[in-house]
Design a protein around this ligand. Structure first.
Ligand code: HGY
Ligand code: MN
Ligand code: MN
Length: 403
């Protein structure tokens, strides 16, 4: 008896650090456990499984000699205390679709990719596996390190990988039909419209920064207020400025998600604050402008408080349009599970954002409860996941590699 999709997702969710929700970071024991589970499901689907040197698990179904390859999949990693569907569902559903089509010839090869890192939570970079395949991986990020001082290179090597081979993963000279990613919507639109699935039109662009504010740590009881260079007061004003400028930007989103205070002691004036900034917009020019407004405001606030500031852009991804042919074919396929189709843009970015440097990309969103995501309460109903598998099967059966 085949386990229900929800049961599979619940088992995969157990590959997590202890605590509420799912915390599965790249190149960890939890990642290894997840890869073992995904490998078993890929093998059941008749896929040949391998792990590439960027940490992407590749499940390949051969096609006719010389036929192009359709790429599918998503990311295995999660945010901290995240949900069980973000990323992982986009790996499992195509595997289940291929399991059902095991005995049916397709005129192309298919690969399901379980990317190691899309969230960029452990290391200040992101889309590691997809950028390696798309040929846009920056080898400098191998020197980036996590909160424990472990470099990305060390983490990959202890995972059994040879990161120096990453440039060889570039697939830009191979015959790729495209990349199609299934993903939880992470928003309320499909639920509001009472639609199980939706077709993505474009994926938001994103800029990410690390910001270091340096003041003077000193005794909380002896230094008069007017003589302080309090890094946390400066940082707090910056956080409020980020929120105000994004709110006034008419569609932009900006978030300070991480903030560390040093020395973080009850009786010491904070000497150092390190924080992150994530800026999104549905067009590149507005995102650049919002970034400029925010960084200008931060520099002015730092000066007002006599503190130093270093702003480093750690990641940038342009707005990614989804391919018109894939949008149409996914819409056709989804009409078999719902009479109407709906198109919507994605405020989140995805591995498809990076894969667009390699090939045409398409995305299928699946309804989630109350739009909740990046949270333990993230939920996708069994029947909606089953519908998405049916859409994928129809999409695969109707896809003609020659047009
Ligand atoms: O941040 C994002 O948009 C994605 O969930 N990594
Ligand atoms: Mn995701
Ligand atoms: Mn996510």
């Amino acid at each position: 008896m085949t386990a229900s999709i929800s049961t599979i997702m619940a088992s995969l969710a157990k590959c997590s650090q202890p605590g509420s929700g799912v915390t599965r970071l790249p190149f960890t024991d939890q990642h290894r456990q997840a890869n073992a589970m995904i490998t078993a499901l890929m093998e059941k689907a008749g896929l040949h499984v391998s792990l590439d040197d960027a940490g992407t698990l590749v499940g390949r179904r051969q096609g006719p000699e010389g036929a192009p390859t359709l790429l599918m999949g998503s990311h295995q990693d999660s945010v901290r205390n995240g949900g069980r569907f973000d990323g992982a569902m986009g790996i499992i559903l195509p595997i289940l679709a291929l399991t059902d089509l095991k005995d049916i010839e397709l005129p192309f090869a298919v690969e399901v990719l379980a990317f190691p890192d899309e969230e960029g939570v452990r290391f200040p970079t992101t889309l590691i596996g997809s950028r390696a395949i798309a040929g846009s991986f920056d080898m400098d990020v191998l020197s980036y390190h996590d909160a424990d001082g472990i470099s990305l290179r060390q983490a990959m090597q202890s995972f059994g990988l040879k990161p120096d081979n990453i440039p060889q993963l570039d697939r830009r000279n191979s015959r790729i039909l495209g990349f199609v990613e299934v993903h939880i919507e992470q928003g309320p639109i499909l639920e509001d419209m009472n639609m199980p699935v939706g077709i993505v039109t474009s994926i938001a662009g994103v800029d990410r920064f690390t910001i270091s504010i340096t003041g003077v740590a000193n005794h909380a009881g002896t230094i008069p207020m007017e003589k302080r260079k309090d890094a946390l007061v400066a940082a707090s004003e910056m956080v409020l400025a980020v929120n105000r400028l994004a709110t006034e930007s008419n569609g932009g989103k900006a978030t300070v998600g991480q903030l560390g205070v040093f020395p973080n002691a009850v009786n010491v004036i904070p000497g150092q604050v390190d924080m992150t900034l994530d800026i999104r917009f549905d067009n590149d020019a507005s995102r650049d402008q919002l970034g400029e407004d925010i960084t200008t405001a931060m520099v002015a606030i730092a000066a007002e408080h006599g503190t130093e500031i270093v702003i480093t852009k750690t990641y940038s991804q342009a707005v990614t349009p989804c391919d018109a042919v894939f949008r149409e074919k996914l819409a056709e396929a989804s009409r078999q599970v719902q009479p109407e189709t709906i198109e919507l843009s994605s405020g989140a970015f995805h591995d498809a954002s990076a894969m667009a440097d390699l090939c045409s990309v398409g995305m299928l969103f699946v309804r989630c409860r109350e739009g909740i995501s990046h949270h333990p309460d993230e939920m996708v109903e069994e029947e909606d996941m089953a519908r998405a598998v049916e859409v994928l099967k129809r999409f695969l059966l109707d896809l003609d590699p020659d047009n």
